[in-house]
Each structure stands twice: as C-alpha cells, then as structure tokens.
Design a protein around this ligand. Structure first.
Ligand SMILES: [Zn+2]
Ligand SMILES: [Zn+2]
Length: 265
C-alpha cells in the first residue's frame, strides 16, 4: 500500500501528476469506506433506538466533526490507541501543504483531546505519543495520525512507532509534522492567525446524539458488515512492511474496546 502513496506523491511533487481532489474513494480506500459507512449508519439510525450502539455506526468512533474523525485502532498497540483521520482522502503526511496547517494542528489536538478524555486526572495521566507513518512505511494510503497513551502493549510494538531520530524516515512525530506544515504556511503567507483557526472542543463533550448511545460495544454487531473486512484489507499490511507486526485501523470492528461514546471534536 505505502508504495503506491510514495510513488503518487513523488509524481505529484514533480508535476507529472495533477494535484489530488481529495474526494472520498470508498471503493478503493479502506478508511474512506469505514468513514462513509459510519456516516451512513448514523444517518439511518432512528432517533429512539433500543440498541443504539449496534445501529448508530461503528462504536469504535470516538469523536467526529465535518472535517475529522477519531476511531480506535482495531489492533491497539498501546494502553490506548486512536487514529485521527480527515474525512477527505489525503494520501499521507507528505501530501500536507501550507493550506493544511490548520487541519494538521486540529488532528493533533483531536488526538490529545480523545486521550485526555480517557485520562481526565492530570496527576495520573500516562505519557502520550502522536505520529504519522511516512510512505512507503504506511499501510493505508489515507492520512491517519496515531495517538497513543503509553505504554505500548506488548512492549516491542514501540519499534513500529519509534520517535528516535534514526526512525524519522518511517514515523514522524506529529508535533514535527505540524511544525513543518505551519512553517510552510508561514513562508507562503497563508498561515492563519492563531485566533482564526477553528478551535477543537474537548472530545468528551456530549452531543444530543451521544445521549442515545450506550457505552459498551454491542455483541451483536456484524463483523462482516464492515466494508474493510469484506474487502479483506487491513492495516496488517503495514506491519508486514515495517516489521511483520500486527495491523492497526483497517477493519475497525474486530478490535473495539473500551468506551464507545463518540462526540464532536
Ligand atoms: Zn481514503
Ligand atoms: Zn500508520
């Protein structure tokens, strides 16, 4: 997977390919399909549903708004492991340009907010880590930021998400990604003033939709309903590329754990 993004971004950089329109591609992208299916299920759910968690979409979704979604990795590699994705089909962190500065920062804020909501007591909060796999070391060619509450479980998974300087070719800490893109924006004069960009509200904020949700993953969800699973794709491919480890966010349903309450970003 990652090789396609790597090659495509390279060709775009040198002008051999036109810029991407970033339209969702549910037919070919596992994350576009997952996000689209979730939106559809949410829209279909009746207002008063006896078993809302089963029918209001994938309960692994933790937070969302019209630009971003946060969902649990289907094979968590740490104490808590979320993926933050734009709804738009952006290939990878290498595709982020000056115009994406605000979105990149919001992704980081959304990941942090989701984790902070899980660990509300600051004195008892574990260390967090945020970052992006860079092509060809990504698995799904749809931009996703990993958000972790440490430690990694099992410990060896840390290697796949290492923030050591020697590993930057494969995994970029999100703080650096954001700084890189904001620098581009500043250089091009397109940087939004701090007050201009949209503020991300805490992920824990409830919405009227949430009031109808239960907080446990429902046992009667149909794993085959997940389009990613039907396609037989998963981010396991990423593990194969990097170190033969497990997958991450590809098919969602299998690895749901913890709270299912989702909220606006
Ligand atoms: Zn996509
Ligand atoms: Zn990744």
């Amino acid at each position: 997977m990652g090789l396609v993004a790597w090659g495509t971004e390279l060709l775009r950089t040198c002008g051999a390919l036109p810029p991407d329109d970033r339209a969702p591609r549910p037919e070919t992208c596992v994350f576009c399909a997952k996000i689209g299916a979730h939106a559809e299920r949410c829209a279909r759910a009746p207002p008063r549903d006896l078993n809302p968690s089963a029918r209001r979409g994938d309960p692994a979704f933790r937070a969302m708004d019209d630009e971003l979604v946060v969902f649990e990795d289907w094979k968590p590699a740490a104490r808590r492991h979320y993926l933050v994705c734009p709804r738009a089909h952006v290939l990878s962190a290498r595709s982020l340009g000056a115009a994406d500065a605000a979105m990149a920062r919001r992704m980081l804020e959304a990941g942090r907010a989701a984790l902070e909501a899980d660990f509300p007591d600051e004195r008892d909060r574990p260390a967090f880590r945020f970052g992006f796999h860079l092509p060809p070391f990504n698995s799904v060619d749809h931009l996703h930021m990993h958000a972790f509450a440490l430690p990694f479980e099992p410990e060896w998974k840390e290697r796949k998400y290492s923030v050591e300087s020697w590993a930057r070719f494969a995994f970029e800490p999100a703080e650096e990604t954001v700084a890189r893109v904001e620098k581009l924006a500043a250089e091009q004069g397109g940087a939004a003033a701090p007050g201009e960009r949209r503020e991300a509200a805490p992920a824990g904020r409830a919405t009227k939709d949430d009031a109808r949700k239960t907080t446990k993953a429902s046992p009667d969800r149909d794993p085959d309903a997940d389009p990613a699973r039907r396609k037989g794709t998963s981010e396991a491919a990423e593990g194969a590329v990097v170190e033969g480890g497990g997958g991450e966010g590809g098919s969602g349903e299998g690895g749901v754990s913890g709270s299912s309450s989702s909220s606006r970003l």
